[in-house]
Ligand binder design. Structure first.
Ligand code: FMN
Length: 196
Protein backbone atom coordinates (compact mmCIF):
# COMPACT_ATOMS: atom_id res chain seq x y z
CA UNK A 1 0.00 0.00 0.00
CA UNK A 2 1.24 3.47 -0.88
CA UNK A 3 2.53 5.42 2.15
CA UNK A 4 1.81 9.12 2.31
CA UNK A 5 3.32 11.52 4.84
CA UNK A 6 1.34 14.59 5.84
CA UNK A 7 4.04 17.07 6.82
CA UNK A 8 3.29 19.91 9.23
CA UNK A 9 5.20 22.87 7.81
CA UNK A 10 5.29 25.19 10.82
CA UNK A 11 6.84 24.81 14.26
CA UNK A 12 5.99 27.92 16.27
CA UNK A 13 4.09 27.66 19.60
CA UNK A 14 0.39 28.19 18.89
CA UNK A 15 0.76 27.29 15.22
CA UNK A 16 -2.36 26.61 13.18
CA UNK A 17 -0.50 24.00 11.15
CA UNK A 18 -1.15 21.15 13.54
CA UNK A 19 -4.96 21.47 13.63
CA UNK A 20 -5.05 21.79 9.83
CA UNK A 21 -2.84 18.72 9.39
CA UNK A 22 -4.92 16.66 11.85
CA UNK A 23 -8.09 17.64 9.96
CA UNK A 24 -6.50 16.53 6.68
CA UNK A 25 -5.33 13.27 8.30
CA UNK A 26 -8.90 12.60 9.51
CA UNK A 27 -10.22 12.96 5.96
CA UNK A 28 -7.39 10.86 4.53
CA UNK A 29 -7.93 8.06 7.06
CA UNK A 30 -11.45 7.53 5.69
CA UNK A 31 -9.90 6.33 2.44
CA UNK A 32 -8.62 2.82 1.85
CA UNK A 33 -6.37 3.45 -1.15
CA UNK A 34 -3.25 4.51 0.79
CA UNK A 35 -1.75 4.69 4.30
CA UNK A 36 -1.36 8.13 5.86
CA UNK A 37 0.86 9.32 8.69
CA UNK A 38 1.48 12.70 10.27
CA UNK A 39 5.05 13.99 10.13
CA UNK A 40 5.83 16.83 12.53
CA UNK A 41 9.18 18.43 11.74
CA UNK A 42 9.11 19.87 15.27
CA UNK A 43 9.65 16.32 16.62
CA UNK A 44 13.00 16.02 14.82
CA UNK A 45 14.59 19.06 16.50
CA UNK A 46 16.66 19.79 13.41
CA UNK A 47 19.20 22.59 13.89
CA UNK A 48 20.03 24.87 10.96
CA UNK A 49 21.58 22.59 8.37
CA UNK A 50 24.78 21.30 9.97
CA UNK A 51 25.90 18.48 7.66
CA UNK A 52 29.34 19.10 6.12
CA UNK A 53 28.62 17.20 2.87
CA UNK A 54 25.92 18.20 0.36
CA UNK A 55 22.73 16.21 1.07
CA UNK A 56 22.82 14.76 -2.46
CA UNK A 57 25.85 12.68 -1.32
CA UNK A 58 23.72 11.02 1.38
CA UNK A 59 26.67 10.96 3.81
CA UNK A 60 25.07 12.01 7.06
CA UNK A 61 27.14 12.56 10.19
CA UNK A 62 24.38 13.43 12.67
CA UNK A 63 21.79 11.24 14.32
CA UNK A 64 19.07 13.89 13.82
CA UNK A 65 19.70 13.78 10.05
CA UNK A 66 19.63 9.97 9.94
CA UNK A 67 16.34 9.94 11.85
CA UNK A 68 14.78 12.54 9.55
CA UNK A 69 16.15 10.71 6.50
CA UNK A 70 14.59 7.39 7.60
CA UNK A 71 11.18 9.02 8.05
CA UNK A 72 11.13 10.82 4.70
CA UNK A 73 12.56 7.80 2.85
CA UNK A 74 9.72 5.63 4.19
CA UNK A 75 7.03 7.50 2.21
CA UNK A 76 6.01 7.28 -1.45
CA UNK A 77 4.39 10.71 -1.50
CA UNK A 78 3.80 13.76 0.68
CA UNK A 79 1.17 16.30 1.51
CA UNK A 80 2.74 19.51 2.76
CA UNK A 81 0.59 21.54 5.14
CA UNK A 82 2.11 24.97 4.89
CA UNK A 83 1.47 28.46 6.18
CA UNK A 84 2.54 31.53 4.26
CA UNK A 85 5.27 33.53 5.98
CA UNK A 86 6.26 36.73 4.15
CA UNK A 87 4.99 35.35 0.84
CA UNK A 88 7.02 32.17 1.23
CA UNK A 89 7.23 29.03 3.34
CA UNK A 90 8.41 28.87 6.95
CA UNK A 91 12.18 28.77 7.40
CA UNK A 92 11.83 25.59 9.49
CA UNK A 93 10.22 23.76 6.59
CA UNK A 94 12.80 24.95 4.04
CA UNK A 95 15.59 23.88 6.41
CA UNK A 96 14.02 20.43 6.92
CA UNK A 97 13.64 19.97 3.17
CA UNK A 98 17.24 21.06 2.52
CA UNK A 99 18.64 18.45 4.96
CA UNK A 100 17.91 15.64 2.46
CA UNK A 101 18.00 14.97 -1.25
CA UNK A 102 17.70 11.38 -2.50
CA UNK A 103 14.88 10.62 -0.06
CA UNK A 104 12.64 13.07 -1.97
CA UNK A 105 13.57 12.09 -5.52
CA UNK A 106 10.89 10.57 -7.79
CA UNK A 107 8.12 11.00 -5.26
CA UNK A 108 4.88 12.99 -5.56
CA UNK A 109 3.59 15.88 -3.47
CA UNK A 110 0.49 17.97 -2.96
CA UNK A 111 -0.16 21.08 -0.88
CA UNK A 112 -2.60 22.28 1.71
CA UNK A 113 -1.90 25.92 2.50
CA UNK A 114 -3.40 28.61 4.68
CA UNK A 115 -2.99 32.33 5.19
CA UNK A 116 -4.52 35.71 4.40
CA UNK A 117 -4.37 34.85 0.70
CA UNK A 118 -4.92 31.11 1.31
CA UNK A 119 -1.19 30.44 1.33
CA UNK A 120 -1.03 30.56 -2.47
CA UNK A 121 2.37 32.26 -2.67
CA UNK A 122 3.91 29.76 -0.25
CA UNK A 123 2.72 26.92 -2.48
CA UNK A 124 4.17 28.57 -5.58
CA UNK A 125 7.53 28.80 -3.80
CA UNK A 126 7.32 25.21 -2.63
CA UNK A 127 6.62 24.00 -6.17
CA UNK A 128 9.94 25.52 -7.33
CA UNK A 129 11.83 23.90 -4.45
CA UNK A 130 10.19 20.53 -5.17
CA UNK A 131 11.16 20.74 -8.85
CA UNK A 132 14.84 20.83 -7.89
CA UNK A 133 14.31 17.75 -5.70
CA UNK A 134 12.65 15.89 -8.59
CA UNK A 135 9.35 15.73 -6.78
CA UNK A 136 6.27 15.72 -9.03
CA UNK A 137 3.77 18.22 -7.65
CA UNK A 138 0.09 17.77 -8.43
CA UNK A 139 -2.13 20.55 -9.75
CA UNK A 140 -4.97 20.20 -7.25
CA UNK A 141 -4.29 22.12 -4.05
CA UNK A 142 -6.20 23.20 -0.98
CA UNK A 143 -6.18 26.86 0.00
CA UNK A 144 -7.56 27.78 3.40
CA UNK A 145 -8.30 31.43 4.03
CA UNK A 146 -7.79 33.09 7.40
CA UNK A 147 -10.93 35.10 6.52
CA UNK A 148 -13.34 32.27 5.67
CA UNK A 149 -11.87 29.06 7.12
CA UNK A 150 -10.87 30.36 10.55
CA UNK A 151 -13.41 31.93 12.90
CA UNK A 152 -12.11 35.34 14.03
CA UNK A 153 -8.87 34.54 12.15
CA UNK A 154 -8.13 32.06 14.86
CA UNK A 155 -10.33 28.96 15.35
CA UNK A 156 -10.16 26.52 12.43
CA UNK A 157 -13.63 26.04 10.93
CA UNK A 158 -13.12 24.92 7.34
CA UNK A 159 -15.87 26.07 5.00
CA UNK A 160 -18.11 23.67 3.11
CA UNK A 161 -16.38 21.93 0.27
CA UNK A 162 -12.87 22.08 1.69
CA UNK A 163 -12.94 18.38 2.62
CA UNK A 164 -13.87 17.60 -1.00
CA UNK A 165 -10.85 19.64 -2.06
CA UNK A 166 -8.66 17.50 0.22
CA UNK A 167 -9.98 14.34 -1.42
CA UNK A 168 -9.43 15.78 -4.91
CA UNK A 169 -5.85 16.55 -3.90
CA UNK A 170 -5.34 13.07 -2.46
CA UNK A 171 -6.73 11.45 -5.64
CA UNK A 172 -3.93 13.11 -7.62
CA UNK A 173 -1.20 12.52 -5.02
CA UNK A 174 -2.08 8.81 -4.89
CA UNK A 175 -2.20 8.49 -8.72
CA UNK A 176 1.18 10.19 -9.19
CA UNK A 177 2.68 8.58 -6.11
CA UNK A 178 1.76 5.15 -7.49
CA UNK A 179 3.18 5.92 -10.93
CA UNK A 180 6.46 7.12 -9.45
CA UNK A 181 6.69 4.10 -7.16
CA UNK A 182 6.54 1.93 -10.28
CA UNK A 183 9.34 4.03 -11.77
CA UNK A 184 11.50 3.69 -8.65
CA UNK A 185 10.88 -0.06 -8.47
CA UNK A 186 11.82 -0.46 -12.15
CA UNK A 187 15.01 1.56 -11.65
CA UNK A 188 15.92 -0.52 -8.58
CA UNK A 189 15.43 -3.77 -10.52
CA UNK A 190 17.60 -2.45 -13.38
CA UNK A 191 20.34 -1.43 -10.90
CA UNK A 192 20.21 -4.90 -9.31
CA UNK A 193 20.46 -6.57 -12.73
CA UNK A 194 23.47 -4.41 -13.67
CA UNK A 195 25.29 -5.49 -10.52
CA UNK A 196 25.80 -9.03 -11.87
C1 FMN B 1 6.41 35.44 10.28
C2 FMN B 1 5.03 35.49 9.69
C3 FMN B 1 4.84 36.01 8.44
C4 FMN B 1 3.58 36.00 7.85
N1 FMN B 1 3.43 36.45 6.57
C5 FMN B 1 2.24 36.26 5.95
C6 FMN B 1 2.13 36.54 4.56
O1 FMN B 1 3.05 36.95 3.90
N2 FMN B 1 0.94 36.31 3.98
C7 FMN B 1 -0.14 35.82 4.67
O2 FMN B 1 -1.19 35.60 4.07
N3 FMN B 1 -0.06 35.55 5.98
C8 FMN B 1 1.11 35.76 6.63
N4 FMN B 1 1.22 35.46 7.96
C9 FMN B 1 0.04 34.98 8.68
C10 FMN B 1 0.07 33.46 8.71
O3 FMN B 1 -0.33 32.90 7.49
C11 FMN B 1 -0.81 32.94 9.83
O4 FMN B 1 -0.39 33.56 11.03
C12 FMN B 1 -0.70 31.44 9.98
O5 FMN B 1 -1.52 31.03 11.04
C13 FMN B 1 0.74 31.02 10.28
O6 FMN B 1 0.87 29.62 10.32
P1 FMN B 1 1.15 28.84 11.69
O7 FMN B 1 0.04 29.30 12.65
O8 FMN B 1 1.05 27.39 11.38
O9 FMN B 1 2.50 29.28 12.17
C14 FMN B 1 2.47 35.51 8.57
C15 FMN B 1 2.68 35.00 9.87
C16 FMN B 1 3.93 34.97 10.42
C17 FMN B 1 4.13 34.37 11.80
Amino acid sequence: MLRIGIIIGSTRPGRKGEVVARWALGIAKQRNDAEFELVDIKDYELPLLDEPMPPSMGQYTHEHTRRWSATIASFDAYVFVTPEYNHGIAGALKNAIDFLYGEWVNKAAGFIAYGGASGTRAVEQLRLVMAELQVATVRAQVGLSLFTDFKDFSVFEPSRGQSNSVNALLDQVIAWGGALKTLRDTEAQRDDANRY
